[in-house]
Write a protein that binds this ligand. Sequence first.
Ligand SMILES: *[C@@H]1O[C@H](CO)[C@@H](O)[C@H](O)[C@H]1NC(C)=O
Ligand SMILES: *[C@@H]1O[C@H](CO)[C@@H](O)[C@H](O)[C@H]1NC(C)=O
Length: 365
Amino acid sequence: MSNISTSKAESILIVGAGAFGLSTALELTSRGYTNITVLDRYSPPVPDGSSVDVSRVIRTEYADPVYSQMAQEALQGWKSEYKDHYHHTGFAMLSETASNPYIKKTLEIVHDQGRVLDEFVDGNGLKQPYPDIRADFSSLRAYHNREGGWADAEGSIRLLGHRCSQAGVSFVTGPRGTVRSLRKRGSRVVGVDVLSGDFLPAAHIILSIGAWSNLLLDLTHAASASGQPVGFIQLSPQEAHSISRTPVMINLTSGIFCFPPTPGTNILKVARHSYGFATTLATEGSDQTVSSPKRDANNADKSFLPDEADQALRDGLRQLVPQFAERPWSNCRLCWYTDTPEGDFVIDFHPTLDGVFIATGGAGQ
Ligand SMILES: *[C@@H]1O[C@H](CO)[C@@H](O)[C@H](O)[C@H]1NC(C)=O
Ligand SMILES: *[C@@H]1O[C@H](CO)[C@@H](O)[C@H](O)[C@H]1NC(C)=O
C-alpha cells in the first residue's frame, strides 16, 4: 500500500487466509491500518490451503541468494515466536549425481554466505548423525544441514490467524466469505461478489488465494496451479519411535521427500516435489477453463492418486524408508502448488486493474 495515498482507515479486503494473506493482514495492523477483513471459504487453518497440512519443510538452503537469505531470517522466527510448531530435525538432500545443477547452485550460495553443509560422497555417511536410517544410500551423494527440519503447518497457521484476530483483523468465512468474482467499475476493482449475500465493497483488495488465483483473475503464464501427490501412513508409537532420529529427506533425482513421523499422531508423510496434475474448471461468467482446485468443496478430503503417482511415492518410500514402504495409505491426496516460471513469488500491484494487489506463487524454489 505504499504507492498510493491510503488513509489508514480505508477498507482493505484480503481474499485468502493462508500464509501470505494472514501475514499481510498482521503486518498491515502493525503499520496502523484499521479496517482489514480477511475472506476465505473456511476459517484458518483452511483445510485444503497450501499452507496447511501436518507438516511443511523448513530449510535454509535455496538455489537463489534472496530466498536463501529470507529462509534464514524466517528460521529465526520459527525458533522463537513459532517454536512450539517447529521441529528441528535437520534436512538432507540426496542425489544420484554430483553434478545436479540445483545442488551446485545451492552449495555455491551457501558457501558465499559463509555457511557450510555437510557433504557425503557416500550417502551412508548420513547414518552417523541419524542412526535410525535403514536405507542404503551408498550409491548417492548426500548434503546435510543441521539447521532446518519441519513445521506443523496447521498449528502455526492457527496461531497466526489467532494473532490476526487479536490485532483487530475481521474474518468472514463460509458462503459469505467465498468470492465468486471481482466487481469492476471501469479499470478499478471496487469490491467482490460472494456466494451469499450482498457484494462486499473495499478500497483495496489483496488477492492471496494461491492455487485458486486463476479462478478469479487470468494470470496467464505468470502462475499455474497443479496438484502434486502426497501419501500418509499410520505408524504405531513403537514404529514411529524406531525412525524418530531421521531428518527430512529429499531425493532430488526423483523429487520424492519424506518427513520423520509426527509426534503424537505418528503419521509418516511422503510427497513428490516435481510435476503435478492439472484440472479443468470453468471460471465464473466466462467459457474459459483453468487448472485450479475446486472452490466449493474441500480438496483435502481423502481421494485417490493417479496410478503413476501412487507408484512413484511407493518407490520413493522403498528407497528412503524401506521398512514401512508396503503399508497401506491412511490417506492420500493431491497437494496444490502454484508454480511460476522461475519459481519466484508473484507479489505486486496488478499492472492494469486499479485497487488490486496480488500475492501468489508460494509453491517454492
Ligand atoms: C470498514 O470498511 C467498510 C467498507 O467500506 C465499511 O462498511 C465499514 O463501516 C468500515 N468499518 C470501520 C470500522 O470503519
Ligand atoms: C532417487 O531417485 C532415483 C530416480 O527415481 C532412483 O533411481 C534412486 O534409487 C532414488 N534413491 C533414493 C535413495 O531414493
